[in-house]
Design a protein around this ligand. Structure first.
Ligand SMILES: [Zn+2]
Length: 385
C-alpha cells in the first residue's frame, strides 16, 4: 500500500516508535501492529502449525511461530521498500514506511509525475511479494529440509500470495486501486476523473466486503467475518479520503504559500520574558502560537499553551527563547512553494503550523486552520450581488 501525505491526517497510521533506516528510508511501527504481531504468533503457534503438522513439541511450535511472524513482518517491509525504492527512482521524496494494523504503508510527498510513474510505483510492491511467495513455496517443496522449516516456509508462501491477491483488488488505496487509477489516467489523460472512477470501484468493493463480513458473522465464522467487515470499513474511509484530497488539491491548484499565509502576524521577541510577552498581548486577540523573530531572522514558534503551562509566578524568570519550539521542530516553508505541498508539510508536523521564509528572511506565518478557512470560503457558492 502507498499513501500521499496530504490533507488527511491519520493519527492511527503514524509511527509510534522508529526502528531505524533501511536504504535511507525511515522505518516505523504503529502500536496497532503489536496487536497484530501477537495475534499472528499466537494463532500460528497454538492452532495453525499444530493442525498442519501434529506431534511436534510445544517448543518447536513456539519457535516456528516466532520465526514465521518475524519473516512475515520482514516480507511486508520488503514489499513497502519495493514501493519506496521505485518512488525514489521516479524522483519522489519518501517520508518513511510504517507498519500498522492492516500491514504496511509507504508514505511519500508530492505529485506523481505521470500515469506511468504511478503505475511503476504501485506495481513494485506486488513484484517483491510475488518473488517472496515463490521463494518460500520453493523452500517448502525442497525434500530434505526438516519438517519444522518446510511447514513454516509453506505458511509464509501461502500468506504472501494471499496478501498479494488481496492487495491487487482494484480498491484505493490498495495497490490494485493505484494500478487501476494509473491505467485510467493513462487512457484519458485526466487524473481527476481517473481518481473518481477508481474511488467508485473502491466503494463497491468495500460495501461488498462489509456485507460479506456481516453475513459471515451471522452464518459461520465470527472472527473472519469481523475481520473482513473491518477491512471493508477501513477501505471505505480511505477511498473517500482520496476524493476529499482531490477536492482540496483542485481548490488549492495554482496557489502559492504566500497567497494563504498571514504576512503581518503578532510576533514574539526571543529575549522578552514571558511576563513582557503576555503583557504585550493584553487586549489583543489571542492566537494558538506566535512566531519568534529577531531582526528578520526566524528562531521558532511560541505556542501559547507552553506559556500557560508554566505558573505565572515564573513568567518573570523565563525568556521566550527558553519556552519556544526551535525551527527544527516546526515546518519552515518557502513563500513561493505550492500551497498543496505546503499543506502536506503542515499536516506532517505535530503543531499544524509553520513559518514562511522569503529569501531566507521571515515573511509570514501559516496554519492548517487558515487553509481550511480559505477552502470553506471557496467552497461556498458566490451569492449574486
Ligand atoms: Zn503495496
Amino acid at each position: 500500500m502507498t499513501r500521499h501525505d496530504g490533507a488527511e491526517d491519520d493519527a492511527d497510521m503514524r509511527p509510534t516508535f522508529r526502528l531505524g533506516r533501511i536504504a535511507g528510508v525511515e522505518i516505523g511501527v504503529n502500536w496497532s501492529w503489536a496487536i497484530v504481531f501477537g495475534l499472528i504468533a499466537w494463532s500460528l503457534g497454538a492452532r495453525v502449525f499444530p493442525a498442519e503438522e501434529p506431534g511436534l513439541g510445544w517448543g518447536a511450535y513456539l519457535a516456528m511461530a516466532v520465526v514465521a511472524s518475524l519473516l512475515f513482518f520482514t516480507s511486508l517491509l520488503l514489499h513497502e521498500l519495493g514501493h519506496a525504492v521505485q518512488a525514489r527512482r521516479e524522483g519522489m521524496e519518501i517520508e518513511g514506511i510504517t507498519l500498522w494494523l492492516f500491514g504496511g504503508v509507504a508514505q511519500f510527498k508530492g505529485e506523481f509525475a505521470s500515469a506511468g510513474s504511478e503505475l511503476r510505483i504501485a506495481i513494485a510492491g506486488p513484484v517483491v511479494t510475488v518473488c517472496l511467495g515463490a521463494f518460500f513455496i520453493a523452500c517448502s517443496a525442497v525434500g530434505y529440509l526438516p519438517k519444522t522449516v518446510a511447514v513454516t516456509a509453506a505458511w509464509l508462501g501461502f500468506i504472501n500470495l494471499f496478501l498479494l491477491a488481496f492487495n491487487l483488488l482494484p480498491a484505493l488505496p490498495l495497490d490494485g486501486g493505484r494500478v487501476l487509477r494509473a491505467l485510467l489516467w493513462a487512457r484519458s489523460g485526466d487524473f481527476e476523473s481517473a481518481t473518481r472512477a477508481s474511488a467508485r470501484a473502491s466503494y463497491a468493493i468495500s460495501y461488498m466486503m462489509v456485507t460479506g463480513g456481516l453475513l459471515l458473522v451471522l452464518s459461520a465464522d465470527a472472527v473472519d467475518g469481523i475481520w473482513l467487515a473491518l477491512i471493508g470499513w477501513f477501505l471505505l474511509g480511505a477511498a473517500s479520503a482520496e476524493t476529499r484530497n482531490l477536492t482540496v488539491r483542485a481548490a488549492l491548484a495554482g496557489l502559492k504559500v504566500r497567497d494563504l499565509m498571514v504576512d503581518d502576524p503578532i510576533t514574539a521577541d526571543p529575549d522578552q520574558t514571558l511576563r513582557e510577552f503576555m503583557d504585550g498581548l493584553a487586549g489583543a486577540a489571542r492566537f494558538t502560537a506566535y512566531p519568534v523573530v529577531s531582526e528578520g531572522r526566524i528562531l521558532g514558534i511560541l505556542p501559547l499553551a507552553r506559556v500557560l503551562e508554566r505558573p505565572p509566578g515564573d513568567w518573570d524568570d523565563v525568556r521566550v527563547r527558553q519556552c519556544m519550539l526551535g525551527t527544527g521542530e516546526v515546518p519552515v516553508l518557502e513563500d513561493g512553494e505550492d500551497a498543496v505541498q505546503g499543506l502536506s508539510d503542515l499536516a506532517a508536523g505535530a503543531l499544524h503550523r509553520g513559518l514562511v521564509l522569503h529569501e531566507g528572511r521571515f515573511a509570514g506565518y501559516i496554519s492548517i486552520t487558515d487553509i481550511a478557512r480559505f477552502l470553506e470560503r471557496s467552497a461556498r457558492p458566490a451569492r449574486p450581488a
